[in-house]
Write a protein that binds this ligand. Sequence first.
Ligand code: SF4
Length: 422
Amino acid sequence: MTISWHNDDFSVRLAVMGARRYEKVSYPLYYGEYGVVETADCLLHFNRENEIIRAKGKGADWPHRNEWLKRTLGDDWLYYSTGGYTGVFEALGEFYLPNLPYPTNNLLGGHPLRDQSVRRLIDVWPDVLAECQAAACDAPEEIKEFLQLCLTNKPEKLAAKAQAVFANYGGRPSVLPPDARHVDYQLIPIGISSGCLYKCRFCEVKNRMSFQAATEAGIARRIERLKTLLGADAANYNAVFLGDHDALAAGGGLVIETLARAWRGFHLADAIMLGASAFLFASVASLAATSDDFFAELARLPYDTYINIGLESADQETLDSLGKPISVREVEETFARMQSLNDRWPKLELTANFVFDDDLPDGHYPAFLRLTRDSLPRRKVKGSVYLSPLKFDQPSRLKTFDFHRLKVASRLPTFLYLIQRL
Ligand code: SF4
Protein backbone atom coordinates (compact mmCIF):
# COMPACT_ATOMS: atom_id res chain seq x y z
CA MET A 1 0.00 0.00 0.00
CA THR A 2 1.38 3.43 -0.92
CA ILE A 3 2.19 5.70 2.05
CA SER A 4 2.33 9.45 1.36
CA TRP A 5 3.41 12.53 3.24
CA HIS A 6 4.06 16.11 2.21
CA ASN A 7 4.81 19.56 3.51
CA ASP A 8 4.81 22.89 1.65
CA ASP A 9 8.09 22.17 -0.12
CA PHE A 10 8.14 18.51 -1.08
CA SER A 11 6.27 15.21 -0.96
CA VAL A 12 7.28 11.62 -0.34
CA ARG A 13 5.48 8.47 -1.47
CA LEU A 14 6.54 5.00 -0.44
CA ALA A 15 5.81 1.67 -2.13
CA VAL A 16 4.41 3.21 -5.31
CA MET A 17 3.37 0.42 -7.68
CA GLY A 18 4.30 1.19 -11.27
CA ALA A 19 3.60 -0.93 -14.34
CA ARG A 20 4.04 -4.67 -13.78
CA ARG A 21 4.55 -5.55 -17.43
CA TYR A 22 7.01 -4.07 -19.92
CA GLU A 23 5.12 -2.25 -22.61
CA LYS A 24 6.02 -0.29 -25.71
CA VAL A 25 4.24 3.02 -25.21
CA SER A 26 4.92 6.61 -26.28
CA TYR A 27 4.59 8.11 -22.81
CA PRO A 28 6.68 7.65 -19.65
CA LEU A 29 5.90 4.35 -17.96
CA TYR A 30 7.81 3.50 -14.78
CA TYR A 31 8.18 -0.13 -13.81
CA GLY A 32 8.06 -2.07 -10.58
CA GLU A 33 7.77 -0.81 -7.03
CA TYR A 34 9.59 2.35 -6.01
CA GLY A 35 9.60 5.33 -3.67
CA VAL A 36 9.24 8.95 -4.81
CA VAL A 37 10.59 12.24 -3.54
CA GLU A 38 9.11 15.22 -5.36
CA THR A 39 10.07 18.87 -4.98
CA ALA A 40 9.05 21.92 -6.99
CA ASP A 41 12.09 21.35 -9.21
CA CYS A 42 12.51 17.62 -9.60
CA LEU A 43 11.23 14.10 -9.19
CA LEU A 44 13.47 11.37 -7.72
CA HIS A 45 12.67 7.63 -7.75
CA PHE A 46 14.28 5.07 -5.44
CA ASN A 47 14.23 1.28 -5.67
CA ARG A 48 13.32 -1.17 -2.92
CA GLU A 49 16.88 -0.89 -1.58
CA ASN A 50 16.46 2.92 -1.33
CA GLU A 51 18.92 3.53 -4.19
CA ILE A 52 18.19 6.24 -6.70
CA ILE A 53 17.05 4.79 -10.04
CA ARG A 54 15.37 7.66 -11.88
CA ALA A 55 15.37 11.46 -11.87
CA LYS A 56 13.54 14.09 -13.81
CA GLY A 57 13.69 17.88 -13.81
CA LYS A 58 10.48 19.88 -13.66
CA GLY A 59 11.85 23.30 -14.62
CA ALA A 60 11.39 25.07 -17.94
CA ASP A 61 15.02 24.26 -18.76
CA TRP A 62 14.47 20.46 -18.65
CA PRO A 63 14.71 19.29 -22.29
CA HIS A 64 11.24 17.65 -22.49
CA ARG A 65 8.50 16.95 -19.93
CA ASN A 66 8.18 13.33 -21.08
CA GLU A 67 11.90 12.54 -20.77
CA TRP A 68 13.85 11.31 -17.76
CA LEU A 69 17.13 9.98 -16.44
CA LYS A 70 17.59 6.34 -15.46
CA ARG A 71 20.46 4.99 -13.35
CA THR A 72 21.37 1.41 -14.29
CA LEU A 73 22.63 -1.46 -12.15
CA GLY A 74 26.04 -0.66 -13.66
CA ASP A 75 25.70 2.89 -12.24
CA ASP A 76 25.41 4.64 -15.61
CA TRP A 77 23.01 7.55 -15.91
CA LEU A 78 21.06 7.22 -19.19
CA TYR A 79 18.78 9.85 -20.62
CA TYR A 80 15.54 8.54 -22.16
CA SER A 81 14.56 10.83 -25.00
CA THR A 82 11.65 10.75 -27.37
CA GLY A 83 13.92 11.65 -30.29
CA GLY A 84 11.01 13.92 -31.23
CA TYR A 85 9.06 10.63 -31.67
CA THR A 86 10.33 10.62 -35.25
CA GLY A 87 11.89 7.42 -36.37
CA VAL A 88 12.95 6.09 -32.95
CA PHE A 89 10.28 3.38 -32.88
CA GLU A 90 10.96 2.33 -36.48
CA ALA A 91 14.70 2.19 -35.83
CA LEU A 92 14.82 0.62 -32.37
CA GLY A 93 11.42 -1.00 -31.86
CA GLU A 94 11.01 1.21 -28.77
CA PHE A 95 9.41 4.60 -28.29
CA TYR A 96 12.27 5.95 -26.20
CA LEU A 97 15.92 6.27 -27.14
CA PRO A 98 18.33 5.58 -24.29
CA ASN A 99 21.17 8.13 -24.66
CA LEU A 100 24.29 6.56 -23.21
CA PRO A 101 27.14 8.32 -21.40
CA TYR A 102 29.91 6.38 -23.24
CA PRO A 103 30.93 5.92 -26.89
CA THR A 104 28.59 3.57 -28.74
CA ASN A 105 27.28 2.86 -32.22
CA ASN A 106 24.18 5.03 -31.95
CA LEU A 107 23.00 6.71 -35.16
CA LEU A 108 20.12 8.62 -33.58
CA GLY A 109 19.54 11.45 -31.16
CA GLY A 110 21.55 14.41 -29.94
CA HIS A 111 23.53 14.93 -26.74
CA PRO A 112 20.97 15.44 -23.96
CA LEU A 113 23.45 14.25 -21.35
CA ARG A 114 25.43 17.42 -22.07
CA ASP A 115 22.39 19.58 -21.29
CA GLN A 116 23.08 21.77 -18.28
CA SER A 117 19.84 21.00 -16.43
CA VAL A 118 20.39 17.24 -16.96
CA ARG A 119 24.01 17.39 -15.78
CA ARG A 120 22.99 19.48 -12.79
CA LEU A 121 20.34 17.00 -11.64
CA ILE A 122 22.84 14.11 -11.82
CA ASP A 123 25.15 16.18 -9.59
CA VAL A 124 22.72 17.72 -7.11
CA TRP A 125 20.20 14.97 -6.32
CA PRO A 126 22.05 14.02 -3.07
CA ASP A 127 21.83 17.66 -1.92
CA VAL A 128 18.13 17.84 -2.78
CA LEU A 129 17.57 14.66 -0.79
CA ALA A 130 19.60 15.95 2.17
CA GLU A 131 17.50 19.14 2.27
CA CYS A 132 14.29 17.10 2.24
CA GLN A 133 15.56 14.83 4.99
CA ALA A 134 16.54 17.82 7.16
CA ALA A 135 13.08 19.34 6.67
CA ALA A 136 11.13 16.16 7.45
CA CYS A 137 11.16 16.39 11.28
CA ASP A 138 7.35 16.26 11.42
CA ALA A 139 7.05 13.31 9.05
CA PRO A 140 5.94 9.83 10.20
CA GLU A 141 8.77 7.52 11.24
CA GLU A 142 8.66 5.38 8.11
CA ILE A 143 9.04 8.46 5.89
CA LYS A 144 11.97 9.71 7.97
CA GLU A 145 13.57 6.27 7.87
CA PHE A 146 13.13 6.05 4.09
CA LEU A 147 14.80 9.44 3.55
CA GLN A 148 17.63 8.51 5.90
CA LEU A 149 18.23 5.22 4.10
CA CYS A 150 18.17 6.90 0.67
CA LEU A 151 20.71 9.40 1.95
CA THR A 152 23.12 6.64 3.01
CA ASN A 153 23.18 5.42 -0.60
CA LYS A 154 25.50 8.18 -1.77
CA PRO A 155 27.02 8.15 -5.28
CA GLU A 156 30.27 6.56 -4.01
CA LYS A 157 28.34 3.70 -2.39
CA LEU A 158 26.27 3.15 -5.55
CA ALA A 159 29.45 3.08 -7.64
CA ALA A 160 31.01 0.54 -5.25
CA LYS A 161 27.94 -1.67 -5.51
CA ALA A 162 28.16 -1.63 -9.31
CA GLN A 163 31.79 -2.75 -9.02
CA ALA A 164 30.71 -5.59 -6.74
CA VAL A 165 28.10 -6.68 -9.31
CA PHE A 166 30.76 -6.66 -12.06
CA ALA A 167 33.24 -8.60 -9.90
CA ASN A 168 30.58 -11.19 -9.17
CA TYR A 169 29.77 -11.54 -12.87
CA GLY A 170 33.43 -11.95 -13.82
CA GLY A 171 34.05 -8.43 -15.19
CA ARG A 172 31.78 -5.71 -16.52
CA PRO A 173 29.48 -6.97 -19.32
CA SER A 174 30.58 -4.77 -22.24
CA VAL A 175 27.45 -5.44 -24.28
CA LEU A 176 23.92 -6.69 -23.60
CA PRO A 177 21.84 -8.54 -26.18
CA PRO A 178 19.74 -6.21 -28.32
CA ASP A 179 16.62 -8.17 -27.35
CA ALA A 180 17.07 -6.91 -23.77
CA ARG A 181 15.16 -3.84 -24.97
CA HIS A 182 12.01 -5.92 -24.31
CA VAL A 183 12.67 -5.57 -20.55
CA ASP A 184 14.23 -2.10 -20.66
CA TYR A 185 17.69 -3.77 -20.10
CA GLN A 186 16.60 -4.51 -16.52
CA LEU A 187 18.49 -7.79 -16.19
CA ILE A 188 19.93 -10.03 -13.50
CA PRO A 189 23.46 -10.63 -14.89
CA ILE A 190 24.87 -14.11 -14.34
CA GLY A 191 28.22 -14.91 -15.92
CA ILE A 192 28.24 -18.58 -16.94
CA SER A 193 31.20 -18.19 -19.29
CA SER A 194 33.91 -15.73 -20.28
CA GLY A 195 35.42 -14.82 -23.63
CA CYS A 196 34.17 -15.88 -27.05
CA LEU A 197 35.15 -18.35 -29.76
CA TYR A 198 36.10 -16.06 -32.66
CA LYS A 199 37.86 -12.85 -31.56
CA CYS A 200 36.72 -11.12 -34.75
CA ARG A 201 38.97 -8.27 -35.88
CA PHE A 202 36.17 -5.70 -36.25
CA CYS A 203 34.61 -6.24 -32.83
CA GLU A 204 34.75 -3.34 -30.35
CA VAL A 205 33.28 -5.20 -27.40
CA LYS A 206 35.36 -8.38 -27.21
CA ASN A 207 37.78 -9.11 -24.41
CA ARG A 208 41.12 -10.92 -24.51
CA MET A 209 39.95 -13.97 -22.59
CA SER A 210 39.86 -17.29 -24.36
CA PHE A 211 36.50 -18.97 -24.03
CA GLN A 212 35.87 -20.68 -20.73
CA ALA A 213 32.71 -22.00 -19.12
CA ALA A 214 32.11 -21.41 -15.41
CA THR A 215 31.50 -24.37 -13.12
CA GLU A 216 28.08 -25.18 -11.70
CA ALA A 217 29.39 -24.56 -8.19
CA GLY A 218 30.85 -21.19 -9.25
CA ILE A 219 27.56 -20.14 -10.83
CA ALA A 220 25.65 -21.16 -7.69
CA ARG A 221 27.98 -18.93 -5.65
CA ARG A 222 27.47 -16.05 -8.09
CA ILE A 223 23.69 -16.34 -7.78
CA GLU A 224 23.88 -16.37 -3.98
CA ARG A 225 26.12 -13.27 -3.91
CA LEU A 226 23.90 -11.49 -6.40
CA LYS A 227 20.84 -12.20 -4.26
CA THR A 228 22.60 -10.39 -1.41
CA LEU A 229 23.65 -7.51 -3.67
CA LEU A 230 20.20 -6.97 -5.17
CA GLY A 231 18.50 -7.46 -1.80
CA ALA A 232 14.84 -6.48 -1.66
CA ASP A 233 15.04 -4.96 -5.14
CA ALA A 234 15.47 -8.44 -6.70
CA ALA A 235 11.66 -8.52 -6.71
CA ASN A 236 11.71 -5.76 -9.32
CA TYR A 237 13.50 -8.03 -11.82
CA ASN A 238 11.92 -10.69 -14.00
CA ALA A 239 14.71 -11.21 -16.52
CA VAL A 240 18.04 -13.00 -16.49
CA PHE A 241 21.06 -12.39 -18.71
CA LEU A 242 23.39 -15.36 -19.04
CA GLY A 243 26.80 -14.03 -20.04
CA ASP A 244 29.11 -13.50 -21.55
CA HIS A 245 29.59 -13.23 -25.32
CA ASP A 246 28.60 -16.84 -26.10
CA ALA A 247 26.77 -18.39 -23.16
CA LEU A 248 25.41 -21.22 -25.33
CA ALA A 249 28.99 -22.41 -25.91
CA ALA A 250 29.09 -23.21 -22.18
CA GLY A 251 26.73 -26.09 -23.03
CA GLY A 252 22.98 -26.49 -23.10
CA GLY A 253 23.05 -28.38 -19.79
CA LEU A 254 24.68 -25.48 -17.97
CA VAL A 255 22.24 -22.98 -19.52
CA ILE A 256 19.23 -25.04 -18.39
CA GLU A 257 20.67 -25.66 -14.93
CA THR A 258 21.46 -21.95 -14.43
CA LEU A 259 18.03 -20.79 -15.58
CA ALA A 260 16.33 -23.27 -13.25
CA ARG A 261 18.58 -22.20 -10.36
CA ALA A 262 17.95 -18.49 -11.06
CA TRP A 263 14.20 -19.10 -11.18
CA ARG A 264 14.30 -20.64 -7.71
CA GLY A 265 17.01 -18.39 -6.26
CA PHE A 266 15.48 -15.07 -7.27
CA HIS A 267 11.89 -16.25 -6.64
CA LEU A 268 10.93 -15.15 -10.12
CA ALA A 269 7.53 -16.77 -9.78
CA ASP A 270 6.72 -14.12 -7.14
CA ALA A 271 8.40 -11.15 -8.87
CA ILE A 272 6.62 -7.82 -8.99
CA MET A 273 7.29 -7.70 -12.73
CA LEU A 274 5.13 -10.33 -14.40
CA GLY A 275 6.37 -12.92 -16.87
CA ALA A 276 9.99 -14.05 -17.02
CA SER A 277 12.59 -13.73 -19.75
CA ALA A 278 16.06 -15.08 -20.37
CA PHE A 279 18.61 -13.48 -22.68
CA LEU A 280 21.89 -14.83 -23.98
CA PHE A 281 24.30 -14.64 -26.85
CA ALA A 282 25.24 -17.64 -28.97
CA SER A 283 27.40 -18.11 -32.06
CA VAL A 284 27.31 -20.03 -35.33
CA ALA A 285 29.50 -22.72 -33.75
CA SER A 286 27.64 -22.98 -30.44
CA LEU A 287 24.24 -23.22 -32.14
CA ALA A 288 25.56 -25.90 -34.51
CA ALA A 289 26.79 -27.87 -31.49
CA THR A 290 23.39 -27.63 -29.75
CA SER A 291 20.86 -30.35 -30.46
CA ASP A 292 17.11 -29.82 -30.81
CA ASP A 293 16.68 -31.63 -27.47
CA PHE A 294 18.06 -28.53 -25.73
CA PHE A 295 15.25 -26.41 -27.15
CA ALA A 296 12.65 -28.94 -26.05
CA GLU A 297 14.07 -28.76 -22.53
CA LEU A 298 14.23 -24.95 -22.67
CA ALA A 299 10.57 -24.84 -23.64
CA ARG A 300 9.69 -26.62 -20.39
CA LEU A 301 11.18 -23.77 -18.34
CA PRO A 302 8.93 -20.81 -17.44
CA TYR A 303 10.91 -18.26 -19.48
CA ASP A 304 10.53 -16.51 -22.80
CA THR A 305 14.04 -16.98 -24.13
CA TYR A 306 15.89 -14.72 -26.56
CA ILE A 307 19.13 -15.94 -28.11
CA ASN A 308 21.10 -13.46 -30.18
CA ILE A 309 23.72 -14.54 -32.73
CA GLY A 310 26.22 -12.36 -34.57
CA LEU A 311 26.06 -13.54 -38.19
CA GLU A 312 27.49 -10.22 -39.44
CA SER A 313 27.23 -10.92 -43.18
CA ALA A 314 26.19 -13.48 -45.78
CA ASP A 315 28.96 -12.26 -48.10
CA GLN A 316 32.36 -13.98 -47.86
CA GLU A 317 34.37 -10.91 -48.82
CA THR A 318 32.66 -8.97 -46.01
CA LEU A 319 33.19 -11.73 -43.46
CA ASP A 320 36.87 -11.87 -44.42
CA SER A 321 37.26 -8.11 -44.26
CA LEU A 322 35.71 -8.14 -40.76
CA GLY A 323 38.04 -10.88 -39.63
CA LYS A 324 35.06 -13.09 -38.74
CA PRO A 325 36.35 -16.66 -39.13
CA ILE A 326 33.17 -18.28 -40.49
CA SER A 327 31.96 -19.11 -44.01
CA VAL A 328 28.89 -17.95 -45.93
CA ARG A 329 27.67 -21.53 -45.94
CA GLU A 330 27.75 -21.61 -42.14
CA VAL A 331 25.90 -18.28 -41.99
CA GLU A 332 23.19 -19.56 -44.36
CA GLU A 333 22.79 -22.84 -42.49
CA THR A 334 22.59 -21.05 -39.15
CA PHE A 335 20.05 -18.57 -40.48
CA ALA A 336 17.87 -21.40 -41.85
CA ARG A 337 18.02 -23.29 -38.55
CA MET A 338 17.12 -20.13 -36.64
CA GLN A 339 13.99 -19.74 -38.79
CA SER A 340 13.04 -23.37 -38.22
CA LEU A 341 13.53 -23.12 -34.43
CA ASN A 342 11.57 -19.86 -34.28
CA ASP A 343 8.72 -21.50 -36.18
CA ARG A 344 8.62 -24.52 -33.89
CA TRP A 345 9.03 -23.02 -30.38
CA PRO A 346 6.57 -20.26 -29.40
CA LYS A 347 8.49 -19.08 -26.31
CA LEU A 348 11.83 -18.93 -28.11
CA GLU A 349 13.18 -16.17 -30.33
CA LEU A 350 16.53 -16.45 -32.07
CA THR A 351 17.67 -13.11 -33.43
CA ALA A 352 20.61 -12.20 -35.66
CA ASN A 353 23.03 -9.31 -36.01
CA PHE A 354 24.45 -8.04 -39.28
CA VAL A 355 27.00 -5.26 -39.67
CA PHE A 356 25.97 -1.91 -41.11
CA ASP A 357 28.44 0.59 -42.53
CA ASP A 358 29.18 2.78 -45.54
CA ASP A 359 32.47 1.09 -46.38
CA LEU A 360 31.54 -2.57 -46.63
CA PRO A 361 32.20 -4.65 -49.78
CA ASP A 362 29.53 -4.31 -52.50
CA GLY A 363 28.21 -7.81 -51.91
CA HIS A 364 27.15 -7.26 -48.29
CA TYR A 365 23.70 -5.68 -48.71
CA PRO A 366 22.56 -7.87 -51.66
CA ALA A 367 23.60 -10.91 -49.59
CA PHE A 368 21.69 -9.52 -46.59
CA LEU A 369 18.54 -9.24 -48.71
CA ARG A 370 19.04 -12.72 -50.17
CA LEU A 371 18.66 -14.06 -46.65
CA THR A 372 16.14 -11.72 -45.07
CA ARG A 373 13.89 -11.22 -48.09
CA ASP A 374 14.47 -13.79 -50.83
CA SER A 375 14.92 -16.88 -48.66
CA LEU A 376 11.63 -16.29 -46.83
CA PRO A 377 8.25 -16.95 -48.45
CA ARG A 378 6.43 -14.31 -46.40
CA ARG A 379 6.89 -11.63 -43.72
CA LYS A 380 7.42 -12.92 -40.18
CA VAL A 381 6.73 -11.29 -36.84
CA LYS A 382 9.45 -13.19 -35.01
CA GLY A 383 13.19 -13.56 -35.46
CA SER A 384 14.33 -9.95 -35.37
CA VAL A 385 17.35 -8.87 -37.35
CA TYR A 386 19.58 -6.15 -35.91
CA LEU A 387 21.81 -3.99 -38.05
CA SER A 388 24.83 -2.98 -36.04
CA PRO A 389 26.68 0.18 -37.12
CA LEU A 390 30.40 -0.52 -37.09
CA LYS A 391 31.56 2.96 -36.21
CA PHE A 392 31.17 4.40 -32.74
CA ASP A 393 29.92 7.93 -32.07
CA GLN A 394 29.22 8.77 -35.71
CA PRO A 395 25.53 9.61 -36.14
CA SER A 396 24.58 9.93 -39.80
CA ARG A 397 21.29 10.84 -41.41
CA LEU A 398 22.41 9.16 -44.62
CA LYS A 399 22.94 5.85 -42.86
CA THR A 400 19.52 5.97 -41.21
CA PHE A 401 18.06 6.45 -44.70
CA ASP A 402 19.88 3.28 -45.87
CA PHE A 403 18.64 1.48 -42.79
CA HIS A 404 15.01 2.32 -43.60
CA ARG A 405 15.41 0.96 -47.16
CA LEU A 406 16.72 -2.33 -45.79
CA LYS A 407 14.03 -2.47 -43.12
CA VAL A 408 11.26 -2.10 -45.69
CA ALA A 409 12.75 -4.81 -47.91
CA SER A 410 13.46 -7.32 -45.11
CA ARG A 411 10.77 -9.89 -44.32
CA LEU A 412 11.89 -10.07 -40.69
CA PRO A 413 11.41 -7.36 -38.05
CA THR A 414 14.53 -5.25 -38.62
CA PHE A 415 16.05 -2.77 -36.19
CA LEU A 416 19.25 -0.94 -35.39
CA TYR A 417 21.44 -2.49 -32.71
CA LEU A 418 22.30 0.09 -30.09
CA ILE A 419 25.20 -1.37 -28.13
CA GLN A 420 24.49 -0.94 -24.44
CA ARG A 421 26.62 -2.21 -21.55
CA LEU A 422 25.44 -3.28 -18.12
S1 SF4 B 1 31.61 -10.34 -32.60
FE1 SF4 B 1 31.15 -11.81 -30.99
S2 SF4 B 1 32.43 -13.60 -31.50
FE2 SF4 B 1 33.29 -11.86 -32.63
S3 SF4 B 1 34.88 -11.03 -31.24
FE3 SF4 B 1 32.98 -9.89 -30.84
S4 SF4 B 1 32.08 -10.97 -29.10
FE4 SF4 B 1 33.59 -12.35 -30.02
